[in-house]
Design a protein around this ligand. Structure first.
Ligand SMILES: [Zn+2]
Ligand SMILES: [Zn+2]
Length: 306
């Protein structure tokens, strides 16, 4: 089951020559979803080969640099003759905001737009994974972060031992793997624990959107494979980060360290770091070594750990 995240825009507030504004594509075994949709996102999708056949867009909040790409994207989807519904998710206010975007861009959409407003602690079950929200701390804005949390997978089945025990290959193996005990023709009862190892954890990706460093993010990101944290500023603008409800790279790294994540991916850089964000990487790595400085188009694959 493949899982990869691609940064489509890594600039805060406005696009620069090097970087577009916020959007992140997550592709899980052929299923594409977007997190935020800043201006120009559709071109970034084309540039980096992200499918327009996506079904879901999740918004962290409704500041323009995370939102207004939806106008052009909806229009292009309609021109392409899309008929499948598109589901948009976001914190309270989503319905009104999306309605305005829809009216602005289009005469009439060729497909249904389904908008769901979510509470900041809500969890959406998506089959074999959840999308779990957590509150962001962004200067009073209704802002949330998202965690993609895969459910545990079944433990490993031991085929060699099964053969050794004389259990015929076939449906019985499946039964046992699904956790049921089976009775063999000779009367022996086989408990699944004999042949199936412990459940294996799924993967966890956490996307903060715009936020101050927060305990809620640490909680959501505990043990995550990948934490995408905003890092709008460097040390020298730590005060501005407080004033504007953003984080410094070092603060993002402190969150990553407290949560014990596998990899920290920094994004959402102030324009002054657009060409060279090396300082941000340096400051973050002083706190948390496994830090990657994001750039547009960067893709990170998230493998299973076991
Ligand atoms: Zn922003
Ligand atoms: Zn914002």
């Amino acid at each position: 089951m493949s899982l990869a995240l691609r940064l489509l825009g890594t600039s805060a507030s406005r696009p620069t020559v090097e970087r577009n504004v916020s959007s992140i594509a997550v592709v899980r075994e052929g299923e594409t979803m977007l997190f935020d949709c800043g201006e120009g996102t559709q071109r970034q999708m084309m540039r980096y080969g992200v499918s327009f056949a996506l079904r879901d867009i999740f918004f962290t909040h409704f500041h323009a640099d995370h939102l207004i790409g939806i106008i052009g994207l909806l229009r292009t989807m309609a021109l392409q003759g899309r008929t499948e519904p598109l589901r948009l998710w976001g914190p309270r206010g989503a319905t009104r905001t999306v309605k305005r975007a829809e009216e602005f861009g289009m005469d009439r959409l060729s497909f249904p737009l389904e908008v769901t407003e979510l509470e900041p602690d809500q969890r959406v079950n998506r089959g074999d994974y959840d999308i779990a929200l957590f509150p962001a701390d962004h200067r009073g804005a209704r802002a949330v972060g998202y965690a993609l949390v895969e459910h545990d997978r079944k433990g490993r089945f031991n085929p060699d031992l099964a053969r050794e025990l004389g259990i015929p290959e076939g449906p019985l193996w499946g039964e046992i793997h699904r956790g049921r005990s089976v009775t063999l023709a000779d009367g022996r009862v086989i408990e699944p624990s004999v042949l199936v190892g412990p459940a294996r954890p799924g993967r966890r990706i956490v996307i903060t959107g715009d936020t101050r460093p927060s305990a809620a993010t640490v909680e959501a990101a505990r043990g995550a494979d990948l934490l995408v944290h905003e890092a709008t500023f460097g040390d020298e603008e730590a005060e501005r980060a407080v004033e504007t409800g953003h984080s410094t790279a070092r603060e993002a790294a402190t969150v990553a360290r407290s949560a014990g994540v596998g990899t920290l991916l920094l994004t959402h850089f102030s324009a002054r770091y657009s060409r060279d964000a090396a300082d941000l990487g340096r400051e973050a790595r002083e706190v948390f070594a496994a830090t990657v400085v994001g750039k547009d188009g960067l893709e990170i694959e998230v493998p299973y750990r076991v």
